[in-house]
Each structure stands twice: as C-alpha cells, then as structure tokens.
Design a protein around this ligand. Structure first.
Ligand code: UDP
Length: 320
C-alpha cells in the first residue's frame, strides 16, 4: 500500500474502525467512513473532519445504497467491513440490527466490492468459535456455538457473513479475506459498552470494586488496538491470500481476575477488590488465538505488551 488508494471503512466511527481510519489517513490514503452511529461515536473521528482525505457518511448498511453513495464510493480499492455492534451488552441490546448488518449489510458491501473489483476484508470474530472445545483456537476449528442463545445474534450472523464472503469468493473469484478478531482493547472503547477492560478501568476510576462475572477464572487474550490495526492493513494489502481466513489477536492468555488485579495495581487501587456477579449465559470459558497463520502469511505478531497497552488505556480513560 505505497501509493494513495481509496479505502472504505464501514463502522469507521467505532473503536477499531476509527483507529484504522487514522492509520490509513496517516499512510496517505483516502478514507470513506460509513457509520450509522448505533454504537459508533462521532467524537472518535471528529479530529478527521477537516482532513481532505477523509469523508464521513452517516448511513445504515442494511438499506440499499443510494446512487449518491455508490458514486462517492466508486473506485474504492480496499473495503474494510467492520460495521456491527461488537460488545456483548450492545449486540444483545441491538440484536436484530446486529443480525441484519452482518447479513444484509455484508451482502450490500460484497456487491460494492465486486462492482469495483475491490479487495474485501470481513472483520469477523473469535466468537465464531463460541465456547471452544479446542485450545488454542486455530482457523481450522469449526467452533462450538449455541445457535439460539443470547450471543447467537452476533456469533451466528458473523458465521453467516463468513459463509457469504466465501461464496462470493468461490463464485466470483473476489479478492476477499476473513479476519477473525480476538479481544481488542485500547483508547476509544466506549466507557459504558460493557466490555471487561473498559468496565474495570472505569469502575476503578470512580473507586468502585470491579464487577467480576463468575469466578473470574475464565480466560481471554487481549490485543492492543494498534497491533490489530497493523494486522488489518497488512491483510488487506497482501497478495495471494484471497479466500483465506486468518486469526488476529494476542496469544497471551489471561484469567479475567488477573486482568482485574493488574488494572487495580496499575491504578494504585489494589484495595478496591471485586464484587461477584453471575456469569452471563454462554460466556466462553477459554479463548486464545493460534496466530501461526498470521505469522506465516502476513509476518504479523503483536508487539505491545499488556502492561504498556493497559497503561495507555488507563491514561485515556482518565483523560476523558
Ligand atoms: N466480564 C467480567 N466483568 C465485567 C465485564 C466482563 O467479569 O464487568 C467477563 C465476561 O464475563 C467475560 C470476560 O470478562 O468472561 C470478557 O468479557 P467481554 O464482554 O469484554 O468480552 P467477550 O470476550 O465475552 O466478548
């Protein structure tokens, strides 16, 4: 991606989408961001407003695109399709819009990619592995998903989005790739979107004990947003990986209670401790990406330690 190209970032005003837009703009590219602000936030891209390489379009991707928008997007080379609520409380609140943006919205974006001969990157999720019976999770694992549970609106619609992307690839030889994003954290997470890192930091800021769901022994593997964005840009620009499915995440696995203790330590508030709450239904027990495929195909691996990443994230939440 050395010359300037036109990029479309759906969900570009969201947490990951806005960092991705920043990085693309910094590299000299043109970015069209489409967001309906269901969970995205205008403030995340406010600093790009007057940048001549940036355009923000407020639109719901489940609607057929207007001729005006199709014209604006015309000539797009890279499509990063990130639009979807992504935190468990948000996708459960907006369950039907989540199902629709990942199905109808993805179909609309695939058509745009096909008509423009663009490279299409689907932002999928580690949630396609459900509560995994295989550990760590490699791309070969089919997953263990409850199709009718409270997380299904996200898990199953992302699985559908993957199938649809693969069918467009098989039928039309499109330049598409599916990236399964594992837990990501960093500045611009919404303070109230219910994810564990943002919850814990914001609870500690107001001197409240941290809300631990279950015994806190369930695990996740947390990737700092800059590492992830670097991987997404590498993946879209890489030749020879059409039709590939690739995990991106940090393989350092931690217990949730450990994350809580680390945040309390970094914020010098170890005494706050925890309050115990019931673990949500279908909450996965363990999650850790096998990233050997990303290492082989993209020469990508995360470089930002949990300590550094959390320090930056804490500083962000303290500043807003
Ligand atoms: N969690 C928690 N306290 C919170 C929020 C989340 O203990 O205030 C737990 C949650 O039950 C899950 C893990 O932390 O096991 C990660 O949750 P998150 O919603 O961040 O993402 P998930 O990986 O479940 O999509």
């Amino acid at each position: 991606m050395n010359i300037q190209v036109k990029c479309l970032v759906t969900g570009g005003a969201g947490f990951i989408g806005s960092h991705l837009s920043d990085s693309l703009i910094k590299k000299g590219h043109k970015v069209i961001c489409i967001d309906n602000f269901l969970t995205g936030n205008r403030n995340n891209v406010a600093h790009l407003k007057n940048n001549r390489n940036f355009e923000l379009i407020e639109y719901d991707l489940i609607e057929p695109l207007t001729s005006d928008i199709i014209k604006k997007i015309s000539g797009v080379k890279y499509i990063f399709h990130l639009a979807s609520p992504a935190s468990p409380p948000q996708y459960q609140k907006y369950s039907i819009p989540t199902l629709l943006v990942n199905s109808i919205g993805t179909n609309n974006m695939l058509k745009i990619a096909r008509n423009n001969d663009a490279t299409f990157l689907l932002a999928s999720t580690s949630e396609v592995y459900g509560n995994p019976l295989v550990h760590p999770q490699s791309e070969k694992y089919y997953g263990n998903v409850n199709p009718i549970g409270i997380r299904a609106c996200y898990d199953e619609s992302k699985r559908f989005a993957e199938s649809l992307t693969m069918e467009y690839f098989r039928k039309y030889q499109m330049k598409s790739r599916v990236i399964r994003i594992f837990n990501t954290y960093g500045p611009r997470m919404e303070p109230d979107d219910g994810r564990v890192v943002s919850n814990f930091i914001n609870q500690a800021i107001v001197n409240k004990p941290l809300t631990l769901y279950g015994d806190g022994l369930q695990t996740r593997s947390f990737c700092y947003v800059d590492d992830l964005v670097r991987g997404l840009i590498l993946a879209v620009g890489k030749d020879g990986i059409d039709g590939e499915v690739i995990n991106l995440g940090n393989p350092q696995e931690r217990k949730i209670i450990e994350i809580g203790r680390l945040i309390l330590k970094l914020m010098h508030k170890p005494k706050l401790g925890f309050t115990r709450h019931q673990k949500p239904e279908d909450d996965p027990e363990r999650r850790k990406p096998d990233i050997s495929k990303a290492q082989n195909l993209l020469s990508w691996k995360p470089t930002i330690s949990l300590l550094d990443g959390l320090t930056k994230t804490i500083a962000y939440f303290q500043s807003i």
